[in-house]
Each structure stands twice: as structure tokens, then as C-alpha cells.
Design a protein around this ligand. Sequence first.
Ligand code: KIV
Ligand code: ZN
Length: 527
Amino acid sequence: MPTPSSAAAPVRATTRDHVRIFDTTMRDGEQSPGAAMTLSEKVELAQTLDQMGVDVIEAGFPISSQGDFEAVRAVAGVVRNSVVCGLSRAGEKDISRAAEALKGAARFRIHTFISTSPIHMKHKLQMEPAAVLDAVTASVTHARGFTDDVEWSAEDATRTERDFLRRCVEAAIRAGATTINIPDTVGYSFPDEYRAIFEDLIANVPGADGVVFSAHCHNDLGLAVANSIAAVQGGARQIECAVNGLGERAGNAALEEIVMALRVRGDALGYATQIDSTRLMRASQMVSRITGFPVQYNKAIVGKNAFAHESGIHQDGMLKNAETYEIMRPEDVGQGSTSLVLGKLSGRAAFKDKLKSLGYELSENAFQDAFVRFKELADRKRHVYDDDISALVDDQIAHGQDAIQVRRLRVVAGTDGPQTAEIDLVVDGEEKWATARGNGPVDAIFNAIRVIAPHEASLELYQVHAVTEGTDAQAEVSVRLMEGGRAGVARAADADTLVASAKAYVGALNRLRAKQARGPDAQESAA
Ligand code: KIV
Ligand code: ZN
């Protein structure tokens, strides 16, 4: 018989004006095709979310694969302040597996769910409503055997008959659930409808005043953030969201948008989160780097253009008073103004200071490596901006430990072919050389890599962005490779676009190989 964890203090509705931020980037976010993260990437992201002040971090779905189990266990071991959460279906085996992965955490939550809508119960679960109701009680009771902090979710709640939803919520509360999540699983609701569900449940379900109600919105109609805010107006005090709005299909509500909507419109809502908003940009860039999903330029809060003013009238207004066209300041969300930061004469102290202000905490060795790379960049590039430094350090963090590394590249390109690449790679410590031709220089580089590291992976994405302005800007290249249903994604930056391309391709290959080495995953989709 499992014993309750004494360390697991539940997150309760102690203050009525505090909205808890429940981050599901590593669970629902990871369910986006091609967004799978490695264990070390999850650990890195979890630490960032923890420092940012996220209340609950959903680290994965432990029964879905050995890899997910290990990742949840690793995250549980490093997070200091946030509650670490693991997802499970309603079965005892699922719940026990989640508890096993989470038990090392300072504070943990088990999140168990079952579908409650007629369409899900009939076609997906093939269960009668009475059996679903019994499963609610049994699953929450079993989870409470491991911890006092249990969240129960009614999958597809917004398409569930209201009376049945009330009965399920009541059963979950009676069995000991401390958070009740009402997901808009298919992104179907309108804000007024979603708000009304919360108002109804909170007013009519016995015991509702002793638990925290939670919103979990998908973005199929582009309403995830609006619905989440409506849920808060209806009484929800937890919002489930993901950095950059990552998630199943069209994604989840974007964490950064939720946090800033609550903050900027505190006058209208009066609820606060405990998020340090100056870390939003960094988290967004990290998730983009890890998944290889670029952030659209006009994305609210963290997009490159979110604070750019192009028209003359706007620029004129901005120069007179920034509040004419800005409802928040770029620095509030960690968007550095494109200031000239350092030059080739800058020393270690200035560089260390800059890293700190950008939110990086590097070990001494990593700092020394970063400094050497910064000096090399400053030699090649006249102006080094904050974004250059971030790209450089992110690149080092992402690829510093890779088994295959790019050592040297020489390319023949131009109108008079054949385009040829000569590349030196270090593979598990051994230097290897190859040359190949291609249909253009990038193709030649990728062919040369394939000579040294043969593989069948197909190239699913090749994208180039300039990190800053100007012809000497660093290029940031994203590559996604697919083989046997697995994706390897990487991003790399360099002042030379072709070098960045080689590094990104090799990075993606490293990710793919790491996944293949972990063996087959019994991946099961949660929702
Ligand atoms: O969308 C959904 O219903 C979910 C649940 C598992 C919470 O992700
Ligand atoms: Zn979901």
C-alpha cells in the first residue's frame, strides 16, 4: 500500500487573487509533432521555469515511455521551488508509475485524467458513464495514496453534458482531488461559454470552494488565451499553458501571453501571477532552440517585431512618449533593446556581466569557452548585440557535448559549379574528413556529412534567420531530420551561413542518434 508523501504540500487557494501558472511545455507541448525533447533539454528548461517562478511544472507522462519516465525523474531531482507534476491516465499502473518517477521531488503532484464527453466515452474509452464515474473515484483515491497534491482532469470537458460533469467533479473532490482541471481539449469553446462552466461548477458542486479550479485551453480556433482569461473571470485560479503556445495540434494557451495579459490588465482583472516576466524572452528562445520551431516575427510578447515600430507616425509618437504605442516595455518581458553591447576590446568582466544580465549562469569552463567564441565573433563582426551573445551561448549549450562536432569546413560555391564541400568532423573523439558535391553548397555540405556519418534520415526542415540586422549578421539555421518516425531537431548560429548550416545538420543528427540509442518508445498520446 503506498504511503502519502509528507513533503508534498498541496498548492491550495490560499489567496484569492493569485493565479497559478501550470506549465505543460514538456508534456502537452512535447506532443506537438517534431517537438520531442531530450532528458538534458527537459532538465535545462525545467530549471529556467523554476527560476521564472512557475508554480507547477508538468514534466511528462511517465508511463508513455522509459524516456519520459527518466526525464520526469531527472526534472524532479533538480527543481527547487516549483511543484513537479506527472500525467497519468486513470489506471492504477499509470498512477503508480507517475508516483515512482516523481518521488524524488521536493514537492510533487499527480495529475490523473479521464474523458467525460459522450463522444470520448463511447468511441475512445468504450465505457459507460457509470464506469467512468467509478474510475474517477478510484483513480483519485489511488493517487492520494502517494501525495496530498492530486489534480483531476475531465478530458473533453467542454463537450461534456453539464450534469455529468458536475457529478464527476463532485466524485473527484470527494476522493481527495485538490485541483480540478476543466480542459477545452479540442479548442471548441467560446470565452463566455467557458467562463459559464466554471461559474456553474463553483456555485453548484459540493466542496468546490475547497479546491483550485484550473483552465487548460487548446488553440484550434485561436481562442486559447481568451478562454483562459475568461476562466479566471469565472473563478479559475490556475491556468495550464505552454511557452510559445506549444502543444497538441494548434497548441495550448501561450504562457507569455497569459502572464502579460494578467499583468498589463491588472486594472481590469485584479489577479497576479508570481512569474518574473523579465525571463519570458529567454524561455521562449530556449524552447524555440530545443524544438527547432521558430517564433513567428509578429508573435505577441516574444516575437521579434512585438516592440518594433515601423510607420513614421508611430515612430514619432514613440520618440515623444513610449506609452503612445506601447502597453508594456520590452524590458518587462526580457526583450533587450538592440543595444550595442560589447566589442573586440571588451574583457572577461564585461562579458560575464552581460551573460548575467541575459540570464545565463555558466560553469567556469563553459564561461571560458564562451569567452573564446565571443572574441572570435567580435573579430569577424563589427557590432556584437545581445541577440548575438544569446545565439552564441545557446549554440554552445546545445552542441558542446555532442558526439559528432564540426571541426572545419571549406566550400566551393558560385555560378561555376560543381559546388563542393570538404568537411572535417570529430566523431566520438576521432577526426574524419570527407568531400562531396551537391546541387548547391548546402546540399554539398549535407552530402559530405552523410559520407562520414551514413544515415537514412530525411531533411524535413531547413530554415535560415538573421540574428540581427546587417550583412555581417550571424545566421541562425534550424534543421529537422526524420528517421523511423523520430525527429532530430537542432539550431546553430555562426557568422557564416554555411558553417551554421553544417552545425545545425550535425546537431540534428546527434539528437536523432541519441533518441535511437534510447531504444523504442511506447509513445502514447495523452489527449
Ligand atoms: O487537452 C487535454 O484534455 C489534456 C488533458 C490530459 C489535461 O491535455
Ligand atoms: Zn491538452
